[in-house]
Design a protein around this ligand. Structure first.
Ligand SMILES: Cc1cc2nc3c(=O)[nH]c(=O)nc-3n(C[C@H](O)[C@H](O)[C@H](O)COP(=O)(O)OP(=O)(O)OC[C@H]3O[C@@H](n4cnc5c(N)ncnc54)[C@H](O)[C@@H]3O)c2cc1C
Length: 364
């Protein structure tokens, strides 16, 4: 059997390993022994089409959603299908577990160092050793050592993201504040605990501190991390020293620039990557055809939203209260933002927001 080394035992690596395990000798290399990731674990309903979910890894399901404007006006939506709030650690364990059950090996406490003379150099217990492989998959997150080692890292940009769990009784409603930093959220975890978080540009590094000041509640935990900004220029395949090397998930910058979410995109790309390796097809072409355009549109929307002033947000939230628009927002998946064109068609007054795109002519 041909050998596949997957670097990173998180969602992207675990799911790729699961999809390849029956056809290849797959080994997951994970630097840590215990999985821990700064992530909210919020996913939309189409996750059910990708993976069989074990109920015990779900913390909450939420149908009610409020989007706030700077003037405190808000739009309330009731999704037809609830958002699913996962225990992120358990989601990860579950995905790696199904990969291992199907035959993948998991090597923890082992770090990928680099590729060297056609082999993969790893480090464990302070000792370096090299292994042969036919395929190398970089699912090792935002600062991917695999991407760096095969010269695919290039120049990348990142968002800052931070979150806290706070004590707060709530009515099981997700609240989002798209004018705060780049995007801020309040997501109920239990009846009396919520997660509050903020994604922001590096130029606004105090956004989370400001957002947290809105809440006068007991803070139970605080974490911060980074999220890659999708870059269509990053290549995700290279044959390097005879090893076919692929990037996936955060290591390939597959994150939505509107909200920072990327689990759905990583899982979708993992399935495509496995199919491409099994059938000897063009991964770069296939994943871009499936999710590249969506990610590009999220990036363009982000650039437009960054130009919004408080009055723009206030006006937009007011316009979105139209019943026909609400119906679209309540039924369409946020992962695929093409529904905004339908909204503009149904409510032409929304088209004027395209003027915000024009404030920067380099968008398209
Ligand atoms: C605050 C915050 C909230 C978020 N909320 C959501 C959300 O609600 N919904 C959503 O869809 N997305 C969310 N995201 C994004 C999501 O968490 C990540 O995009 C997703 O985890 C990416 O998965 P990945 O498998 O590509 O990489 P990662 O989850 O980063 O995993 C990379 C793995 O590789 C391992 N690794 C790294 N380097 C090496 C090495 N050299 N050798 C061996 N192992 C290595 C790491 O230990 C890690 O286990 C959030 C992100 C943040 C920061």
């Amino acid at each position: 059997m041909e050998k596949v080394i997957v670097v990173g035992g998180s969602v992207a690596g675990g799911f790729t390993a699961y999809k390849l395990a029956k056809n290849f000798d797959v080994e997951i290399i994970e630097e840590h022994s215990h999985f821990k990731k700064t992530c909210s674990g919020i996913l939309t309903d189409p996750i059910n089409n990708l993976i069989d979910i074990r109920p015990s890894i779900i913390e909450n399901k939420i149908k009610k959603f409020r989007i706030y404007a700077p003037n405190n006006d808000f739009l309330e939506l009731k999704f037809k299908k609830p958002d699913i709030i996962f225990n992120r650690e358990k989601l990860n364990e579950y995905i790696v577990d199904i990969a291992v059950k199907d035959g993948a090996k998991l090597r923890q406490n082992t770090k990928f160092i680099k590729t060297q003379r056609g082999k993969v150099l790893l480090k464990s217990d302070n000792k370096e050793f090299s292994v042969n492989t036919n395929y190398l998959i970089g699912a090792d997150g935002s600062l991917s050592a695999v991407a760096k080692s095969v010269d695919l890292f290039l120049h990348r940009n990142f968002f800052l993201a931070a979150k806290s769990i706070i004590k707060m009784e709530n009515d099981n409603t997700i609240e989002v504040y798209p004018h705060f930093g780049c995007f801020s959220w309040v997501v109920p975890r239990t009846e009396d605990e919520v997660e509050v978080g903020t994604m922001s540009h590096y130029t606004d590094s105090q956004a989370f501190t400001r957002f947290l000041q809105k809440f006068n509640n007991q803070i139970l935990s605080k974490e911060a991390s980074i999220i890659p900004i999708y870059s269509p220029k990053i290549k995700t395949y290279k044959k390097f020293n005879n090893i076919s090397t692929y990037l996936i998930g955060d290591s390939a910058t597959m994150a939505k620039a509107t909200t920072g979410g990327s689990i759905m995109q990583s899982l979708t790309a993992a399935k495509i990557l496995a199919d491409c390796i099994i059938n000897n097809e063009d991964y770069e072409k296939k994943w871009r055809a499936a999710i590249g355009n969506q990610l590009y549109l999220h990036l363009k929307i982000r650039k437009a939203l960054d130009k919004f002033k408080a009055e723009d947000w206030n006006e937009l939230i007011k316009l979105l209260k139209d019943e026909k628009i609400k119906q679209i927002l309540e039924t369409k998946s946020r992962d695929n933002p093409y529904f905004i064109f339908k909204m503009m068609f149904l409510k032409p007054s929304l088209i004027k927001f395209s003027k915000v795109f024009l404030r920067n002519r380099n968008f398209f």
